[in-house]
Design a binder for this molecule. Structure first.
Ligand code: B12
Length: 216
């Protein structure tokens, strides 16, 4: 089964193979969404679990991340197919001090698959840089990720910076990452949080067009 092969290639960190297998899966008629969910995300989640249980080390995780991104690069144009474009603009990034970007990559793919155009600020993004991007790009939604309990408070700094610059009400703010709870999101004044990218995708499919243009 091609999904098993994709999963295996990610676990081995063979990015060229992941790239080729993703192309093959598309050629075999599998949808970009099913390849993302059953192949790429399943593969990276397995590696993340192994890392958590100290069965693999940092270099293996980084190679697996590279493989996942290689696969995503193949399906990215389909996830943002022209027929779906125009459903808003979303800026995504991981907060300052935090280098975790696997979840962010998946969140980005889900936002694209919902039809939005996405600007990715990457990792280690300071509150001022987030604010600069909101001012310049005028996105409908800002999605902020944090994976460390020591960096989650930076999300609050981002919101305070947007408030200080008078930009807060121009954008909906979604926060997420393993340590983020509903209570925390509420406390810092974010608009939404979702436990994983699939819940996010379902929400966006249902609500993205309604959110566009509806200021806070
Ligand atoms: C992979 C990983 C790494 C990789 C990251 C590679 C990369 N390019 O991202 C490497 C090896 C580099 C790494 C480094 C570190 N890590 Co690390 N890492 C992990 C691990 C095992 C998996 C994270 C992951 O990618 N999961 C898979 C993805 C798909 O899931 P996810 O990130 O949670 O994202 C999903 C949701 O959270 C959500 N989501 C994420 N963002 C957003 C945003 C929005 C808006 C929404 C709606 C949803 C959403 O949707 C995503 C998809 O479903 C976690 C353990 C864990 N279980 O989380 C530890 C973990 C996060 N790391 C941890 C630590 C401590 C570190 C280090 C400090 C280790 C060290 N001593 O050096 C460094 C920190 C480096 C830094 N400054 O950031 C701790 C954090 C503990 C804490 N309480 O803060 C964890 C929890 C491990 C542990 N149990 O100790 N790590």
């Amino acid at each position: 089964m091609i999904f098993d092969e994709i999963i295996h290639s990610i676990a081995e960190g063979e990015s060229e193979e992941t790239l080729e297998l993703t192309k093959q899966a598309l050629a075999q008629g599998y949808s970009a969404n099913s390849i993302l969910e059953k192949g790429l995300i399943t593969g990276i989640n397995i590696v993340a679990e192994k890392y958590r249980h100290e069965k693999v080390n940092v270099p293996e995780v980084l190679m697996a991340t590279h493989s996942m991104h290689a696969g995503i690069s193949v399906i990215e144009p389909i996830l943002t197919a022209p027929t779906k474009k125009g459903l808003g603009k979303i800026v995504v990034g991981t907060v300052a001090g935090d280098l975790h970007d696997i979840g962010l990559g998946i969140v980005k793919a889900m936002a694209m698959s919902a039809g939005a155009s996405v600007i990715d600020l990457g990792v280690n993004v300071s509150p001022k840089k987030f604010a600069r991007a909101v001012r310049k790009e005028k996105p409908d939604i800002l999605m902020i990720s944090a994976l460390l309990t020591t960096t989650m408070s930076v999300m609050k700094d981002v919101i305070r910076e947007l408030e200080a610059q008078g930009l807060r009400n121009d954008v909906k703010i979604f926060v997420g990452g393993a340590p983020i709870t509903d209570a925390f999101a509420k406390e810092i004044g974010a608009d939404y949080t979702f436990e994983d990218a699939f819940q996010l995708r379902d929400f966006l499919k249902e609500n993205l067009s309604k959110l566009l243009g509806s200021k806070r």
